[in-house]
Design a protein around this ligand. Structure first.
Ligand code: KG4
Ligand code: ZN
Length: 341
């Protein structure tokens, strides 16, 4: 089953052609440079960039395919995300669906991140068999959620962030340290140079709470006041130690919450998705955790699958298509910026 997938929920304009779990083509135009100077996504610029890039990106993804003959369905992200960004992808999907008489599969962006660990290259590798249920850990710039992934297309949120997402917490700290956007990769690099040690013991939020929810605003505030009270020279001198200590506070919180979820549910198979899952140190931490519980953990197998991409939307759409979850009335398909799983 060949699917043309489109994703425009944030700052990546992306299109892909997938065949089941296999990726046949994947194109991503990243707007990071456009937004870098604002320290985050600037909505009006995102809309314009999506509008400029959607046609060339879709065209490139379809380079080796004839939409009419080679493609069975069109998949598109309809939320959650930035309304004016989502609209661009949805409009394109509708236009192509109507012109070429294809059915649309509307995909939740978070579903995409959850399925990203199961994507395979065109040769069908890596070959992980599904073994439900899983705990799915979605960790991105917009979301931090622990989800019970019961079966294909069946989810239950067990815990989520009450304020900032993990990636957002890293981005904000990086901004306070003057490290630019996005912050996750820079913090990872600096922290590695101190062997990921914790020097300052910033607070680990919500660890004592008896639920699986997250909150990073307290940590962010504590970091802010620490920096405010610290002379500039000392901040610069200790920038690696600060980055590493902050990262450790975020990651240890994530690790402990995931551990609570494993204990609570008795499920020791985990899939991880979202931009923060690119972090190698976090991967090693979580692998170690799952080893302790005799379980297994899957991460997106290719780097481009950690951040926003359309391949993951195509893979999720394949399982929705098998359940005949098509959009019934294309005219009524609309973006849902606060869509939940
Ligand atoms: O999934 P994503 O590309 O977009 C959203 O759906 O939000 O995630 C972006 C987030 C940003 O906050 C970015 O700082 C973070 O992922 N990120 C990382 C790394 N690469 C990207 N965080 C930690 N370590 C990384 N290597
Ligand atoms: Zn995302």
């Amino acid at each position: 089953m060949r699917i043309l997938a489109i994703e425009t929920s944030a700052d990546e304009t992306a299109a892909a052609v997938t065949d089941g779990r296999n990726v046949l083509s994947n194109v991503i135009y990243s707007q990071i440079v456009t937004h870098a100077k604002w320290g985050g996504i600037y909505p009006a610029l995102a809309k314009r960039a999506h509008e400029e890039k959607i046609d060339p990106v879709v065209k490139k993804a379809l380079e080796k395919f004839n939409l009419n003959k080679d493609i069975d369905y069109i998949a598109v992200t309809y939320g959650p995300g930035l309304a004016i960004a989502l609209e661009v992808g949805i409009k394109k999907a509708k236009e192509l669906a109507q012109k070429f008489h294809k059915k649309i599969i509307a995909v939740n962006h978070l579903e995409g991140h959850i399925y990203s660990s199961f994507a395979q290259n065109s040769k069908g590798n890596p070959k992980h068999q599904f073994k439900f249920p899983y705990l799915a850990f979605v960790i991105s710039g917009g979301h931090t959620e622990i989800v019970l992934f019961k079966d294909h297309c069946s989810y239950q949120i067990l815990g989520e962030t009450l304020d900032d997402a993990a990636g957002e917490a890293l981005d904000k700290a990086a901004k306070m340290l003057g490290l630019g956007y996005p912050g996750g990769p820079v913090i990872e690099r600096l922290a590695k140079q101190t062997d990921n040690k914790d020097y300052y013991g910033f607070p680990r939020p919500m660890l004592k709470s008896n639920n699986l929810n997250f909150s990073f605003s307290g940590l962010k505030t504590s970091f802010f006041y620490y920096l405010k009270e610290t002379p500039e020279k000392e901040k610069i001198k200790n920038i690696k130690k600060l980055a590493s200590s902050y990262q450790e506070a975020v990651f240890e919180t994530m690790e402990k919450k995931l551990e609570s979820a494993i204990k609570k549910t008795g499920i020791n198979r985990v899939v991880v998705g979202g931009g923060v899952s690119a972090n190698q140190y976090l991967r090693s931490k979580l692998r170690f955790l799952l080893k302790k519980y005799g379980g297994s953990i899957l991460f997106p197998p290719f780097k481009y699958l950690t951040g926003d991409n359309a391949t993951m939307i195509g893979v999720a759409a394949y399982y929705k298509a098998q359940k005949k979850m098509f959009v019934k009335n294309v005219d009524e398909l609309d973006r849902v910026p606060r869509l939940e799983l």
